[in-house]
Design a protein around this ligand. Structure first.
Ligand code: ZN
Length: 209
């Protein structure tokens, strides 16, 4: 899970939280050997010239897709007492389905009702990426982002909606290209107050297309 460390306040008012998510180290040579084994198991010869670099490329690609970047989560005092919804829509999300190791991708809409502190807006995308760069299921990814924001920003409410297309659904199995899966996770007033919840879903644009 994430290991937050409080770092020095930039100007005495902003507070930066260093966000590092620790997980098992990636053994690149072992991953390359495993990809070569997989190719052989699939009836391909990894020694063929056009496949010679494939194990390394695949291992590199997975390492990149499974490694989140650390970042500083800067929060600021809510001096203006802004108490309406803050919403970032259409944030790109790319992740890997843990059932098939195939990508799923789409957009996320993340909103919160501020309390004492507000957040640099670009940081919502970084929190999303932190959890997306992992083997995931969409439901858990959605919940993890909402839980993390609730815990570290302590707003009056948090809402996360993810709409994504899963290659394991569009390329194989039911073969439903274009089908999107929508998941949501809510905390606080966005869960418990009907009007706030409605406003969030209306502004997030879900259900309207
Ligand atoms: Zn899948």
């Amino acid at each position: 899970m994430s290991t937050p460390q409080w770092t020095g306040a930039a100007d005495g008012r902003a507070i930066a939280l260093r966000v590092v998510r620790e997980r098992g180290a990636i053994d690149a040579p072992a991953a390359e050997r495993a990809v070569a084994d997989l190719l052989r198991a699939l009836g391909k010869d990894p020694a063929e010239p056009h496949l010679a670099d494939t194990p390394r490329r695949v291992a590199d690609a997975y390492a990149e897709l499974l490694t989140g970047r650390q970042f500083d989560l800067t929060t600021f005092p809510n001096d203006e007492g802004y108490n309406e919804l803050v919403l970032a829509t259409g944030l790109p999300v790319q992740s890997l389905c843990e059932h098939h190791l195939l990508p799923f991708s789409g957009v996320a809409h993340i909103g919160y009702l501020p309390d004492d502190r507000i957040l640099g807006l670009s940081k919502l995308a970084r929190v999303l990426e932190l959890f997306a760069r992992d083997l995931q299921v969409q439901e858990r990814l959605t919940q993890q982002v909402a839980d993390w924001l609730q815990e570290h920003l302590a707003p009056r409410g948090v809402g996360v909606v993810i709409e994504a297309e899963h290659l394991c659904m569009s390329l194989r199995g039911v073969r439903a290209p274009g089908a999107r899966t929508i998941t949501s996770a809510l905390h606080g007033l966005l869960r418990d107050d009907g009007r706030s919840r409605q406003e969030f879903f209306a502004l997030a644009g879900t259900g309207s297309r």
